[in-house]
Design a protein. Structure first.
Length: 92
């Protein structure tokens, strides 16, 4: 089913914001001091990789996301939220 103009615009906006967040992560990483990275950084990267993989699989299969991929993406975002909260609690 073709995508509506509104859906297309929303996806484009979301993609732009994700790119912007990515650039901010890179900028932030240049200013973080310390000899070793925060222990949650590799775990966060792993969750973002899962999201990217689910989207790539859907695009390559031309099948849409489907229930299982939506669930996998949601689970990855839930884990990202948990790790961010945990990191914030450690900095207090």
């Amino acid at each position: 089913m073709p995508m509506s103009a509104r859906e297309s615009e929303s996806l484009e906006t979301m993609a732009l914001e994700i790119r912007r967040v990515s650039l901010e992560f890179e900028r932030f990483g240049r200013y973080v001091k310390g000899d070793r990275p925060h222990p949650n950084l590799p775990k966060l990267a792993e969750q973002f990789e899962k999201i990217g993989n689910a989207l790539s699989e859907a695009t390559e299969a031309r099948s849409g996301l489907g229930k299982a991929r939506y669930a996998a993406i949601a689970q990855a975002f839930e884990e990202i939220a948990r790790l961010i909260r945990e990191s914030g609690e450690e900095e207090r």
